[in-house]
Write a protein that binds this ligand. Structure first.
Ligand code: THU
Length: 134
């Protein structure tokens, strides 16, 4: 999977974002271990806290399509402000924990940083994530 293809998929889905409250559109593209790309955009709600982030939307679609064993190889996240520019925007804390659920320590996460696109591993982005053991 070329970074370019993942980037394009994220840019395309961003156009579908439902963001009437913030005006901030986000697009995420996940490529799984099976090589398939799944995309998601942010979906806001009048009750703000119900807003769904682009990353979690893409992951839900990946699970729905591939089932519970789905593993994320890479995820690319892009954004646009209301004035049409991309700004630094790393995945929020909730999304990091949800990405971690389907990631390995070396899953790659690409997003807009202060000096262009940043690429970090899951372990770098969320060290010591919560795991559930009974
Ligand atoms: N948003 C995402 O889609 N992903 C993130 O990681 C951070 C924030 C969305 C949620 C909301 O629609 C808008 O960005 C502003 O917070």
């Amino acid at each position: 999977m070329s970074g370019n293809k993942l980037n394009k998929a994220a840019e395309t889905v961003l156009e579908a974002a439902y963001a009437p409250y913030s005006g901030f559109r986000v697009g995420a593209a996940v490529v799984t271990e099976s090589g398939v790309v799944h995309t998601g955009c942010n979906v806001e709600n009048a009750s703000y806290g119900l807003t769904l982030c682009a990353e979690r939307n893409a992951i839900a679609r990946a699970v729905a399509a591939e089932g519970p064993a789905m593993k994320i190889r890479e995820i690319y996240i892009t954004n646009r402000t209301a004035s049409g520019v991309a700004v630094p925007c790393s995945p929020c804390g909730a999304c990091r924990q949800v990405i971690a659920e389907f990631a390995t320590a070396d899953t790659l996460i690409h997003y807009h940083g202060e000096d262009g696109i940043v690429c970090k591993t899951m372990a770098e982005l969320l060290p010591d994530s919560f795991t559930f053991s009974r």
